[in-house]
Design a protein around this ligand. Structure first.
Ligand SMILES: Cc1cc2nc3c(=O)[nH]c(=O)nc-3n(C[C@H](O)[C@H](O)[C@H](O)COP(=O)(O)O)c2cc1C
Length: 331
């Protein structure tokens, strides 16, 4: 059983990874509905939060139905991180997660995200201070190390646990790798097998088939899998993995009718959350993916991504349902 403090996530939970511009409340709600055991927000800048920047504050919104949910924040300044803990606490997430893994230059150059892997003492100090500041569980998401020559995750994980971090999710790449090459799960398994470790160790990176999730569970012995890219355009991926866990077989991919229903609900939730203009605009990348593989779909895809009004997008969904109802998806 994987337990983060008092939050029981069951046997080998599947976690929706934090993803900027992807893991917003409507998407998280869909992933939860399709079997994600725990979801995380997109990363939120601590500096943005304390300046009350609208974009950062909006990312704090959570739906009751998506719980347990972790709000992820990033930053490298102790005071800003502590003040943002106070702000985040008010929105009552189940967990506060610290991003020590983002490889993007504009984050790293300020010493935040994966930038902090160059200063493990600061990483530990920030975590300890945040643990002391709140009663909510503090968790960490990070990478193996800064680069191949500085993989320190074994030591880092122990030190974070010692200062009260309640779970650690490890992306099996270094910062230098960005998203290139294959994720290496061996160092993550070494962390898990450290007899001193007792907090959950979640593996992350390249889980894009049910078989890989089984490998992470059975061969690498990790406590759960955090899944990112495989869920984009396929929030039902979590259900597919769970079906495979239970039966050893692949479940049928969702039918066209089910996909249209998901697309409609996704769009409606986005409109309810951020209004028609932004809702229509920001959901485009998702629903076009829902229909990937359908031949001669360009005309409908174009309508979906160029319509500015919800009623036109909904009308396109109706047309797609009529025209392609019998199309059979293969995953
Ligand atoms: C579009 C996108 C946005 C991401 N944003 C975040 C983020 O906000 N916070 C974070 O910790 N990781 C972020 N990541 C990294 C993912 O959480 C995850 O570690 C990475 O994609 C590897 O997992 P995967 O192979 O399952 O996708 C992002 C990844 C992608 C593709």
């Amino acid at each position: 059983m994987a337990k983060i403090d008092n939050i029981d996530l069951g046997e080998f939970p599947l976690l929706l990874a934090p993803m900027e511009d992807v893991s917003d409340p409507p998407f998280r709600a869909l992933c939860k509905e399709y079997g994600a055991d725990m979801v995380y927000t997109e990363f939120i800048s601590s500096e943005g939060l304390i300046r009350d920047a609208a974009k950062s504050v909006m990312k704090l919104d959570i739906y009751e139905k998506e719980r347990p949910v972790g709000i992820q924040i990033f930053g490298a300044n102790l005071e800003s991180m502590l003040r943002s803990v106070e702000i985040v606490e008010k929105t009552k997430p189940d967990i506060i997660d610290i991003n020590f893994g983002c490889p993007v230059k504009k984050v790293v150059s300020k010493g935040a995200g994966a930038g902090i892997l160059k200063d493990v003492d600061l990483m530990v100090k920030l975590t300890e201070a945040m643990v002391k500041k709140t009663n909510l569980p503090i968790t960490v998401k990070t990478r193996l190390g800064w680069d191949h020559d500085s993989i320190k995750i074994y030591e880092v994980a122990e030190r974070l646990q010692d200062v009260g971090c309640k779970a650690i999710s490890i992306h099996g790449r270094t910062r230098a790798q960005m998203y290139k090459g294959e994720a290496d799960w061996k160092p993550i398994a070494e962390v898990k097998n450290n007899p001193r470790m007792h907090i959950p160790v979640f593996g992350n990176g390249d889980v894009d088939t049910p078989e890989k999730a089984v490998l992470m569970r059975d061969e690498y012995g990790l406590d759960g899998a955090m899944i990112g890219r495989a869920s984009i355009g396929s929030p039902w991926f979590f259900k597919a993995v769970k079906h495979y866990f239970e039966t050893g077989t692949h479940c049928e991919p969702p039918s066209l009718v089910e996909r249209v229903d998901i697309a409609r609900r996704h769009l409606q939730m986005s409109i309810d959350w951020k209004g028609e203009k932004l809702g229509v605009f920001e959901t485009r990348r998702h629903y076009t993916n829902y229909f990937k593989g359908i031949p001669h779909f360009k005309e409908y895809r174009m309508k979906m991504v160029t319509s500015d009004h919800a009623k036109d997008v909904f009308a396109t969904f109706d047309e797609v349902e009529d025209k392609f109802a019998d199309y059979e998806f293969v995953e």
